[in-house]
Design a protein around this ligand. Structure first.
Ligand SMILES: [Mg+2]
Length: 446
């Protein structure tokens, strides 16, 4: 038993940046030089168990300080909060943060402030799962349908998903869940990899990494497209000849195109049998996605990594705009909002294929898909979690991929925790890595 009335005592933030732009890791048509970064938060308590809640928002470099400042702005809502009450009902924190009567003006429920809410809410879930001695996926899958429903904010989505709908879906999701949990523990959850397909890689590197992906057991890879059509045709031909006809190749334009261009470009690549076109246009353009989808069949349409909240996902589903819904663990308001989005996807029967990569997005989002498989949708058919083999070494419990499958995490919590040495080295701008780096390149230092 922990001490009476343990409280949150501190909200500690870190601006963590990695120099990924130097290797063109993560390069795509809209993000040619990302420095993968995390606005990282630690919730400290005075509980005797010494447990902390860790969370973060992923960014691509500049602006990570803005993201950190947004998290700092939420601290007054956290410090002093009763830990038992918080862990028993993270949804009340989520509602409280999104409803802040002044900060709400900066959204509502979108952008930097909403991602800050997501980081803090996810940290609370990390703490709750740790205190329950369970990995988050299992913490969620073991919860009662009634409690899970209580964790969802139905505001703005109740016209298509009521609490009664959610309860029915989650109750049905319990049928056979024990067997699925055992299958998950034995086999893992299917993954696909984007590692071969960054726009900045040479054809030789693309071929080598695509072949390695197949040898490693992946049945789907993804290529970044959208900068230059002739290059894309050559790269797509290269990738297809490297992997053969039996491997799915998704393509990802990272919002590069207008709607007509998205249709033309996708058709121009169709001879190489692309599986889905991801983010063909603005993430806010619901009807644009629907138009693209209606015109690129049999190529499927996927989006979600920049979809700002459950309301936009609701409309994408209502409009028949997507074949695959791509949740992201740190874009929206945390686990609670992602529960709402998973429920919306289940209601519409649209497969969820999460966005991951970046910093720690694989570590986090695997928990949500595994919960969905065990206790909600009940299937992995046509479902894959993105995997990118970067930066996992910075996490205390990194993802484990075996034969193209994410292995179910066993450690308690949300797998969000970075090594203390990483926080020291990659703190920007004065961590040991960045200080040493500036010393090596005096001509660019200020
Ligand atoms: Mg993408």
């Amino acid at each position: 038993m922990t001490s009476v009335s343990a409280r949150i005592t501190a909200v500690e933030t870190h601006d963590i940046r990695f120099p990924t732009s130097r290797e063109l890791d993560g390069s795509d048509a809209m993000n040619p030089d990302p420095d993968y970064s995390a606005a990282y938060v630690v919730l400290r308590t005075n509980a005797e168990d010494g447990l902390e809640g860790h969370g973060f928002a992923f960014t691509t470099g500049r602006g990570n300080d803005v993201q950190v400042a947004a998290i700092d702005a939420l601290a007054p809502h956290l410090v002093g909060r009763d830990v038992d009450a918080l862990c028993a009902d993270p949804g009340s924190l989520a509602r409280h943060l999104t409803g802040d009567s002044q900060l709400r003006w900066l959204g509502p429920e979108k952008g930097v402030m909403h991602m800050a809410v997501g980081a803090v809410v996810n940290a609370a879930w990390d703490l709750a799962a740790k205190r329950a001695h369970k990995p988050l996926w299992r913490f969620l899958a073991d919860a009662t349908p009634e409690w899970l429903v209580s964790q969802v904010d139905f505001r703005y989505i109740a016209d298509v998903l009521t609490p009664g709908d959610a309860l029915r879906l989650l109750t049905a999701g319990r049928n056979g869940s024990d067997a699925r949990r055992e299958r998950l523990l034995a086999r893992g959850y299917p993954a696909y990899t984007t590692s071969p397909g960054w726009l900045g890689y040479s054809d030789e590197k693309l071929t080598r990494l695509a072949r390695r992906a197949v040898a490693d057991g992946f049945t789907q890879i993804k290529l970044k497209v959208g900068a230059d059509l002739e290059d894309d045709i050559r790269r797509m031909r290269t990738a297809r000849s490297a992997v053969g006809p039996g491997i799915r190749i998704a393509i990802d334009a990272n919002q590069r195109w207008n709607v007509p261009e998205a249709i033309e470009w996708t058709k121009a690549l169709s001879e190489f049998d692309p599986y889905w076109i991801e983010e063909p246009t603005s993430p806010d353009d619901i009807l644009g996605h629907a138009t693209v989808r209606a015109n690129v069949t049999p190529v499927k349409v996927a989006t979600g990594e920049h979809v700002q909240n459950r309301v936009v996902f609701k409309q994408l589903l209502q409009a028949g705009a997507i074949d695959f819904l791509q949740i992201d663990a740190t874009r929206v308001g945390g686990v609670n909002e992602n529960l709402a989005i998973l429920l919306l996807a289940a209601k519409f029967g649209v497969p969820v294929c999460p966005h991951a990569g970046g910093v720690g997005l694989c570590e986090l989002v695997q928990h949500l898909s595994m919960f969905d498989y065990v206790a909600l949708s009940g299937t992995t058919e046509n479902r894959v979690i993105e995997f990118v083999d970067h930066l996992h070494e910075h996490f205390v419990t990194p993802v484990l991929i075996r034969d193209g499958h994410y292995q179910a995490p066993a450690a308690a919590g949300f797998s969000a925790e970075m090594h203390p040495g990483t926080l020291t080295a990659y703190a920007y701008p004065n961590g040991t890595f960045w200080t040493a780096d500036r010393a090596l390149t005096p001509e660019t230092s200020s």
